[in-house]
Structures are given as C-alpha cells and as structure tokens.
Design a protein. Sequence first.
Length: 178
Amino acid sequence: MTVIWVVLGTMGAVVLAVASSYIDTELRRRHDLIPNLVETVEGYAVHEREVLSEVTEARAAAVGYMEPAGTVRGSEPTAAQAGAENALVGSLRSLLAVAERYPDLKADTAFLALQDELTNTEDRIQAARRFYNANVRAYNQRVESVPSNAIASVFGFRTERFFEVEPVARERPPTATL
C-alpha cells in the first residue's frame, strides 16, 4: 500500500514539472516578442525612452528566471519569478498606453500583428497558468488529506505555491478594417 502512495506522489511531482515547463515555454514566447514590439514602438515614439527602457529592463529581469532552452526546470515557479513577470506586465501595459498616443503607430500593420501575437501569447500563458495551478491544487489536496498526508510527510512531499501572473491585455485589440 505504501508503494502505491509513493508512486502516486512521484507521479504528481512529475506532472507539476511538466506543467511548469509548459508555463516556461509560453513565458519564453512572450519574452521573445518583446524586443520586436519595443523596436516597432521605438520608431514612432522617440520621446518615450523611459518607457522603452523600463520594458527592456523588466524583460531582462524576467528572462533571468528562465531555465536555458531545452532544459527541465528543477523547481516550480517561485514568487520572485511571478513578481518579475508581473513587473514585466506592468511595463508592457505602459508601452501599449504609449502606443495609444501615436495614431500612425496604432495603424502600423507590423505593430498590429505584434499586438495580436502578444494577445494570443497572453491567452496561452493564462491557459498554462490555469493548467499548472489546477495540478498544484490536486497535488496539495493529496499532500494534505488523510491518509496520504502521513506518507507525504515521511517522504518529504510539501505543498506547492500557485503561480499568479497578470495578463498584459484583458481583451483582443481591434483588428484593422480596410
């Protein structure tokens, strides 16, 4: 009977690792979009250096929490990583607010395509976050419920934290009509 609980606990840990790598993939996708978005805005909004610099710095901080591509995360997302991602979200919101002041930029097809891609990526990040958090919830319930909590404490299984990241855009940008 103990072997079954150990196997179930190990399988739960593996599922959390897979879910975590799914989040990393989507966050990396967003990180890869940001330089193109900054470059596009930079061409129009030359006087907005502070906002562009803030986005670049926030991206660098968020990327610092990522594992190298192709490796499996050794641990689950941390509160510090979530904080860095939320700082990045705040700076991206500022960047998109700057774009609102430049009608030519808002009409630029490259900017619209990047903004749409960012929205798609945000949807995928939120789906990955929900998937990860659902698995954390199920895992935590197993670790805290009787009789599996006794086995969990013997083998060092601990509850995990949820990964909370705010979305950049709450809704899709309007599409250009010709």
